[in-house]
Write a new protein. Structure first.
Length: 88
């Protein structure tokens, strides 16, 4: 049986492959280029933050709802990374 980490990676890989633009078909994207950044068990299910090596700035929140036996994928684009010092 597939564990949650592997499931999260597989689902994101499939999602990204489905969303790649036709002009991106030259991209040799493999499942090895999907990685889990963060993982936690939450209320009987789990949640993973997943990203890829693609230079598109995307990351994915994968949530497994054990009660309903459903998995949700939320896709986000990183727009910025700003440092805010404590003294401000």
């Amino acid at each position: 049986m597939e564990n949650g980490l592997d499931k999260a990676k597989r689902l994101v890989y499939n999602y990204v492959n489905m969303k790649l633009e036709i002009t991106d078909t030259h991209v040799d994207f493999t499942e090895d280029e999907v990685y889990v950044v963060w993982w936690a068990f939450i209320l009987g299910g789990w949640k993973a933050l997943v990203s890829t090596t693609l230079p598109d700035g995307m990351y994915y929140e994968v949530t497994y709802n054990k009660i309903n036996q459903e998995t949700y994928i939320d896709a986000y684009k990183k727009w910025d990374n700003v440092t805010v010092l404590d003294r401000e």
